[in-house]
Structure formats: structure tokens, C-alpha cells
Design a protein around this ligand. Structure first.
Ligand code: ZN
Length: 171
């Protein structure tokens, strides 16, 4: 397994719309294991392929306390959504920022699992929120897009400044 590099906002590659996966094979499963390792080590509760610069429709999530209930969603499609919940969301691609985002409280989602089997899942609460957040990534969308333009530019400026300082130290 290998740890993958996570792209950070405002990297334009995070805006890429991911394409459908045709074949669920060992090569994809190796990539999924790398995604899980990267997510657990970060640590985060979800990761979309877009965030590691692979523009295919696959995401991983684990919202359990013990970090032993991973979900792998390939080509996810939301069939139903209802209810409203507001969560303080963060993102591995927007490090250090947490803001309230409104999403559906319950979703029914259809996807292929890591064996390539067709699955339908009813998700509530944090799992539902996390899946919606990661599915946004696959469409090139970030949680900061739900914030005001002023707030989003403030975050962008601070993250760009942080990276400049970091690269000076490294150099
Ligand atoms: Zn994210």
C-alpha cells in the first residue's frame, strides 16, 4: 500500500469532473487500498479519487469511531434524498477550515462495491453527509462552494499564503 498525495484548494485539478469506471479489477482494488490508507493516515473520514488526482468515480469513507467500517463506492448514484441536516464540515483538500454546510439527512445511494457487485445503501446522518461531500468532489465541487464568495476567497488567500511560506522553508 502507498500513501497518496492530496491536492489542496485552490488547485484547479480539484475542479475536474471524474469519469465512470468500466471495470472493477485488481488494479482498481490496489488503488482503493491506497486511498483507504491515505484517508486513515490523514486522518479523515472520507476521500474521493479526485482529491488524489485520479479522475475516476470512486470514493471511500469510514465514519465509525473504531475506524473499522470502510465503505467503497464505485460509480455512486443518489436515488433518493430527504430531510435536511447542517454539519460543520472540513475537507482534507481544505486543511484547517470547518464551516456549516446544509445537506440531505437521508440518502439512498446505488453503487458498485470493491467486488464489482451492485449495491443499494440507505445512509443517514454523518455517513449520508460524507457520501454527499465525496460525491461532490467527483463532480469537481468543494464544500467551500456552499459558502459566500467573501468567505471562500478568504480561505483561498490564507491557504495560498500558507503554501508559499511552506515552500520557502523547504527550499
Ligand atoms: Zn473533501
Amino acid at each position: 500500500m502507498a500513501k497518496l498525495k492530496i491536492l489542496e484548494f485552490p488547485d484547479p485539478r480539484l475542479r475536474t469532473k471524474a469519469t465512470l469506471i468500466d471495470v472493477v479489477d485488481d488494479q482498481l482494488r490496489i488503488f482503493i487500498d491506497d486511498m483507504l490508507e491515505t484517508m486513515y493516515e490523514a486522518p479523515g473520514i472520507g476521500l474521493a479519487a479526485t482529491q488524489v488526482n485520479v479522475h475516476k468515480r470512486v470514493l471511500v469513507t469510514d465514519v465509525s469511531v473504531e475506524k473499522d467500517e470502510p465503505f467503497v463506492l464505485i460509480n455512486p448514484l443518489i436515488l433518493e434524498k430527504d430531510g435536511v441536516t447542517v454539519t460543520d464540515e472540513g475537507c482534507l483538500s481544505v486543511p484547517g477550515y470547518y464551516e456549516e454546510v446544509e445537506r440531505a439527512e437521508h440518502i439512498k445511494v446505488r453503487f458498485l462495491d470493491r467486488q464489482g457487485d451492485d449495491v443499494e445503501l440507505e445512509a443517514h446522518g454523518l455517513l449520508a453527509v460524507c457520501i454527499q461531500h465525496e460525491m461532490d468532489h467527483l463532480d469537481g465541487k468543494l464544500f467551500v462552494d456552499y459558502l459566500s464568495e467573501a468567505k471562500r476567497s478568504r480561505i483561498r488567500t490564507k491557504l495560498e499564503k500558507g503554501r508559499r511560506q511552506q515552500s520557502t522553508v523547504v527550499a
